[in-house]
Design a protein around this ligand. Structure first.
Ligand SMILES: Cc1cc2nc3c(=O)[nH]c(=O)nc-3n(C[C@H](O)[C@H](O)[C@H](O)COP(=O)(O)OP(=O)(O)OC[C@H]3O[C@@H](n4cnc5c(N)ncnc54)[C@H](O)[C@@H]3O)c2cc1C
Length: 436
């Protein structure tokens, strides 16, 4: 499915070029002018498909995972901006003349094209540096969506009016087809999906404090419904509706409960910013809109893995907890080594449950805690995790071993360096990052 989607995506963004070539619509234009047109065609295909990538359509998400798709969306946005930046100079030097670049005395649809380029560049820059522009994540997201929904139709109008290739029926069909797909993805994501989810709200059934700054929120499904199916380690989007004055925002959190738990689905959340600092104010009876599952960070999706090394940093323990609970509940006797790094002993989440599992037989779990600043009397590993320390803790590698890593970004570099120095190939490393 993944390969098929990549091929379809490639064909769709190249389809205007292919159609023009197939129809042999050669004008009297120079090669440079044609290259400029081709750059704009490809860029239009890319930006028209951007909302499809982020529409959270399961068949698109499942083969890759939402994190990979989000990253791809970002890079393709940059690539489209680069293609569009090359479009005016290529057209100018290819025959349209430098006045295309230097004056505003142009037909309205050319000016519209210039405006599209400026708006797209603003969107790209703000997306890359929204915090520097003083925007919060939610504000940036709204800004990004509004601008995208101005840029895409304007790009359509500009190309429609100025493109001399738009006459033949296949091009008309293609252009409207791409626009239709964009509108469909956008309407589905912004209207249809929320309406469907709002009809089936979840209810907060319990809130437990795990550590000084970590809370587990349990969510029960709507009356008469079951918890949706998910793999252990996947994540979901949750919008909590709580008491007045507490912000309503959608956030993504790992499902820390196991799929074997059918009464509720839980997330374990660290107070780490504006919104999550209010998580302790969540109360039983509050409602929640839940959309999931997403992601591919789950041992059940890689049946070829036989032996596991789980490397967790701080709140990155949540997907591992879901997987370990699932292994325990299904009687899986897999061999698992958990290396769990925290700043202090007080930051260790699920400490007693992990200890209980370590004493059990399924899975065959060994745990190594690494504490950055240990209290007096701590007898375990301490200090910062370095590549050398990791190699020592992990022990000898084998072909049967798979390494699952969910740690903060700085630590990820250390872990990957350590694993690579042992000769572990990337195909046996599975990574989850807590940012999309
Ligand atoms: C796949 C995945 C799984 C995660 N699982 C967990 C988990 O199990 N437990 C946990 O504590 N944290 C988890 N996180 C991190 C969690 O999503 C963020 O910590 C949380 O959204 C921070 O919100 P804030 O407003 O309190 O922090 P802020 O300091 O305001 O934001 C910090 C960062 O969080 C991201 N963010 C903020 N608001 C949103 C939003 N509305 N939607 C999306 N991203 C946003 C942005 O990148 C932002 O820069 C996970 C993240 C991802 C991507």
């Amino acid at each position: 499915m993944g390969v098929l989607l990549v091929v379809v995506y490639g064909l769709l963004i190249l389809s205007p070029l292919i159609t023009v070539a197939a129809l042999w619509m050669k004008g009297e234009m120079t090669l440079m002018h044609e290259t400029g047109t081709s750059a704009a065609f490809a860029a239009y295909g890319i930006i028209a498909l951007q909302p499809v990538l982020t529409a959270r359509w399961k068949f698109v998400e499942r083969p890759f995972g939402l994190d990979v798709i989000s990253r791809f969306h970002r890079y393709m946005g940059l690539f489209a901006a680069a293609l569009l930046l090359s479009h005016p100079p290529l057209m100018a030097y290819g025959g349209a003349g430098v006045k295309l670049l230097l004056t505003l005395e142009q037909p309205w649809y050319v000016l519209l094209g210039k405006a599209v380029l400026v708006l797209l560049l603003i969107n790209v820059c703000v997306s890359m540096w929204y915090a520097r522009f003083g925007l919060g994540f939610e504000q940036w997201r709204r800004f990004h969506n509004v601008l995208a929904m101005i840029v895409i139709p304007c790009a359509f109008v500009h190309s429609w009016w100025s493109g001399y290739d738009m006459g033949p029926k296949p091009m008309v069909l293609l252009w409207f087809g791409l626009l239709g797909l964009t509108v469909w993805a956008y309407v589905d994501r912004k209207l249809v999906q929320p309406m469907r989810l709002e009809r089936r709200p979840y209810r907060v059934s319990d809130v437990e404090q795990e550590t000084h700054n970590v809370w587990t929120v349990k969510l029960a499904p709507p009356e008469g419904e079951r918890i949706y199916d998910h793999h252990p380690g996947q994540f979901h989007f949750v919008t909590l509706y709580r008491s007045e004055g507490v912000p309503v925002e959608e956030h993504h959190w790992t499902i820390s409960s196991s799929p074997t738990q059918r009464e509720h689905i839980s997330s374990t959340i660290k107070e780490s910013g504006d919104f999550t600092s209010t998580i302790g104010r969540t109360a039983p009876g509050d409602t929640a809109i839940v959309q999931g599952p997403f992601g591919r960070f789950s041992y059940t999706l890689y049946p070829q893995d036989k032996e596991y090394v789980f490397i967790a940093g701080g709140i990155g323990i949540t997907p591992f907890m879901s997987m370990l609970r699932h292994m325990r509940d299904t009687g899986n006797d897999a061999e698992v080594l958990l290396i769990y790094a925290n700043s202090t002993e007080q930051d260790i989440v699920f400490r007693s449950e992990i200890e209980e599992m370590e004493h059990g037989t399924r899975p065959r779990l060994s745990v190594i805690h690494v504490v950055g600043k240990p209290d007096e009397g701590w007898t375990g590993q301490s200090g910062r995790l370095t590549p050398e320390a990791l190699v020592r803790l992990v022990g000898p590698d084998s072909e049967d071993r798979a390494y699952y890593v969910c740690v903060p970004p700085g630590m990820a570099k250390v872990v990957i360096r350590g694993l690579r120095s042992m000769g572990v190939p990337y195909r046996r490393m599975r990574r989850e990052e807590f940012s999309l």
